[in-house]
Design a protein. Structure first.
Length: 431
């Protein structure tokens, strides 16, 4: 293996991702300076492809909020929002964003522009109440895209089915209303060729992310779904529909294929392959991951990479010959998939276990996000009933360091790995 080539390619995705993120925040800062219009959007159904047609810079408040935790200042923002009157109980992302707004957009990575409009889906109920805050603060239009979810797992419908086509027509009509709103807010006319262009970039990104996820079936695994995966997710959302995003994922696929071909793993000595369920513990992000890697454990996949990927994980590709119809179809399939990865989690996980050669499943319910955490205990029971797989259930938070106890987490994680080691010995004896 050529050492120079290896040094140039391995780790490139993380470096480029960090650089793109810095650039993205700088761009937001410039938008704020110019007081230009920006759209506030969410990861589950951002409609980025469409908003790019109107040159609307996108602000992802969920990403801004998690960045305050990664930079270890979330508690300052949470305290400020709580002093203002927000309950300790509600989503930490909302409170950090409220404090950012109260500070006139001041954020550890730059300045966040004010919204000119907000676009949300019903994928999380908090989105709806969160957007109402901006509506009250700034009197801006809020557009709620209502996406019909899966009624029950056995009645999932697909293009061509009567129910699916009805749902698609419903989403299509809403997209037309959203186009009219964007035209009003920006004063620009809708351009279908520009939409085709951003959809083509989104196609490249979806293809890329799907391939990257599949490649992590390799042994050893090529990337850590919790740490590296969060960088990929960030690019997948913030650059969705952009040429830079498409190039990033082409490069990332190249890096992962190179690592797979040369057996370069994310750990030098991979002992246990895990799936992560929930949202990461951002207040001690690096340390949280080390609790697992110190035992030779790595996360080969996560539900986070499903529900927070803006639909790119599924690999859905738009039909550029019928862009509007296909945008409705893709939005319906992607947002529904994000909801399914929460409601039908046990089935999603059961499908991952064999292809990813999984030794254990780590559930991480958090105080701040009820949407993702509610029902995890039941989901775990359902998975354990269907598969003989080790699991760990640890609770902390994605934002609030007051409910993160590293010592307690470590005790539980250590016991989990001791259990995994004995399972392995027992399995060898049975064979
Ligand atoms: S409740 Fe969870 S899914 Fe909803 S906005 Fe907050 S962090 Fe996101």
């Amino acid at each position: 293996m050529d050492e120079q080539q290896t040094a140039a390619i391995v780790g490139r995705g993380n470096d480029q991702g960090a650089r793109l993120f810095r650039e993205w925040f700088e761009g937001l800062g410039e938008t704020a300076e110019r007081e230009d219009p920006a759209a506030y959007v969410f990861v589950m159904g951002s409609m980025a492809e469409l908003l790019r047609v109107f040159d609307l810079p996108m602000v992802f408040p969920e990403i801004n909020s998690l960045q305050t935790a990664v930079r270890r200042v979330a508690h300052e923002y949470l305290n400020e929002a709580e002093d203002y009157g927000y309950s300790t109980d509600i989503c930490g992302y909302v409170k950090a964003d409220v404090a950012v707004q109260l500070r006139g957009g001041a954020h550890p990575m730059g300045r966040i522009p004010r919204p000119a409009m907000a676009v949300l889906t019903n994928a999380c109920n908090t989105y709806i109440k969160w957007a109402e805050i901006w509506e009250r603060m700034y009197q801006v239009p809020v557009f709620t895209l209502d996406i019909p979810g899966t009624r029950a797992v056995s009645t999932q419908t697909w293009p061509g089915d009567r129910d699916f086509e009805n749902d698609r027509a419903y989403v299509s009509a809403q997209i037309k209303e959203l186009i009219a709103l964007c035209e009003r807010v920006t004063g620009k006319k809708f351009d279908i060729d520009k939409l085709r262009e951003s959809m083509a970039h989104a196609n490249t990104m979806s293809r890329g992310l799907k391939r990257v996820l599949e490649l992590n079936r390799s042994r050893p695994s090529l990337f850590n779904a919790v740490t590296d995966g969060t960088i990929y997710l960030g690019v997948s959302n913030a650059f969705r529909g952009a040429e830079k995003g498409a190039r990033y994922f082409d490069n990332l696929v190249e890096e992962m294929e190179f690592k797979a071909a040369h057996g370069i793993g994310t750990l030098t000595d991979e002992k246990y392959r895990l799936i992560f369920v929930g949202v990461p513990c951002y207040p001690i992000f690096r340390r949280f991951n080390e609790l697992f890697t110190e035992w030779g454990g790595t996360f080969v996949n996560s539900t986070y990479l499903w529900f927070a990927a803006g639909g790119a994980n599924s690999g859905f590709e738009y039909d550029l010959n019928r862009p509007l119809e296909s945008l409705a179809e893709g939005t319906l399939i992607s947002v529904r998939d994000a909801m399914d990865s929460m409601f039908y989690q046990d089935q999603v996980l059961a499908r991952m276990i064999d292809p990813f050669h999984v030794d254990g499943v780590v559930y991480h319910p958090i105080k701040s996000c009820r949407t993702v955490s509610t029902g995890l205990a039941d989901n775990r029971r359902a998975l354990m009933a269907s598969r003989d797989i080790a699991s760990l259930f640890i609770e902390s938070d994605m934002m609030d360091r007051r409910v993160v106890s590293e010592a307690q987490l470590k005790n539980r994680v250590d016991a989990f790995f001791e259990g995994l080691a004995s399972r392995r010995i027992t399995a060898t004896q049975i064979v």
